[in-house]
Design a protein around this ligand. Structure first.
Ligand code: ZN
Length: 313
């Protein structure tokens, strides 16, 4: 029996193809096009020495794609790539606020361009895609309120909202008002936590932001009480095997926290995070789960069930 292939945690910015970034850079005269090894700015080869250097490689694409047409193209190609890898369902997330901040485009126009492109390509491919709007942490609480207001002005475009960026320096508590408004609007909530900060960050996220899922969350494995709580409340972790080892959130494939999390009954899923930056496909992550991490066929079936149960649309 073939298991469904479901990605619940994939960033559009980190999914923009290297070839597309370089094509746009050449067209616009962006300095990336004249570098001798531009790929090293866009793709992680092994450990990146922390979350922020990894995120810098995600962000490079945002600095290059400068028009609405560029974002439409990237969004359509992201759906194509998921389809070509054999996915049955995809949740694609992105941060209109950061794209607007870095390009000067209006965030609402970016949302409309991405939504239209994804709807068109999703229908053409027959691949259901849910969109998640991200609020970024490191512009602070005031900006977060504005970013959330923009996402809510396009409420119908999104199945959920997320908080991403500099987890270690911007704790969840700062964002409780913004995420309360999203919950009031009926949006699902997933939050990046337990990646660049420890278990307390995950506790803060479930206590202050009402997270139903946690982006990564792998450091929850450091706290048995937290694992028990997550299992009891069915809060699902969006694990990304390769990304987690590249950011240093997990020590290695073989010693990934997913072993402890599964043993404790915490619902986990397998996701790509940033296919370009991590240089992975979801099908490869599932291969790695078996061959490098050492998960059993039974565990993979459990993960597939948990992915189906945790999807937002
Ligand atoms: Zn992420």
């Amino acid at each position: 029996m073939t298991l469904p292939l479901i990605d619940l945690h994939r960033h559009l910015e980190g999914a923009v193809r290297t070839s597309t970034v370089l094509d746009v850079a050449a067209r616009t005269g962006h300095e990336l096009a004249s570098r001798s090894k531009p790929r090293t700015a866009l793709v992680a080869d092994g450990s990146e020495g922390g979350l922020l250097p990894y995120l810098a490689k995600v962000d490079v694409a945002i600095g290059v794609l400068s028009s609405l047409d560029d974002w439409s193209r990237a969004a359509g190609e992201a759906v194509d790539d998921a389809f070509d890898d054999g996915l049955d369902y995809l949740e694609l997330r992105y941060c209109p606020g950061i794209i607007a901040h870095d390009t000067g485009l209006a965030a609402e126009a970016v949302i409309d361009a991405v939504s239209d492109a994804v709807a068109e390509r999703s229908a053409r491919r027959g691949l259901p895609v849910g969109l998640i709007g991200i609020v970024v942490r490191h512009l602070g609480a005031g900006s977060a309120e504005q970013q959330m207001a923009t996402l809510l002005s396009r409420r119908e475009s999104f199945c959920a909202v997320d908080l991403a960026g500099d987890e270690a320096n911007f704790p969840a508590q700062l964002f409780s008002d913004a995420f309360g408004k999203a919950r009031d609007a009926g949006l699902h909530v997933t939050i990046h936590a337990g990646e660049a900060a420890g278990p307390q960050s995950v506790w803060d996220t479930v206590n202050h932001l009402g997270a139903e899922r946690i982006g990564h969350g792998v450091r929850s494995a450091e706290d048995p009480q937290l694992m028990e709580w997550l299992a009891e409340h069915g809060v699902t972790l969006e694990v990304s095997l390769t990304s987690n080892t590249q950011t240093g959130a997990a020590p290695s494939y073989a010693h990934h926290q997913i072993h402890k999390l599964l043993a404790a009954g915490v619902p986990v899923t397998l996701n790509t995070d940033n296919p370009r930056v991590s240089n992975v496909k979801l099908s490869q992550e599932h291969q790695a789960a078996m061959n490098e991490v050492g998960l059993t066929a039974e565990q993979l079936a459990t993960i597939a069930q948990q992915s189906l149960a945790a999807k937002f649309s």
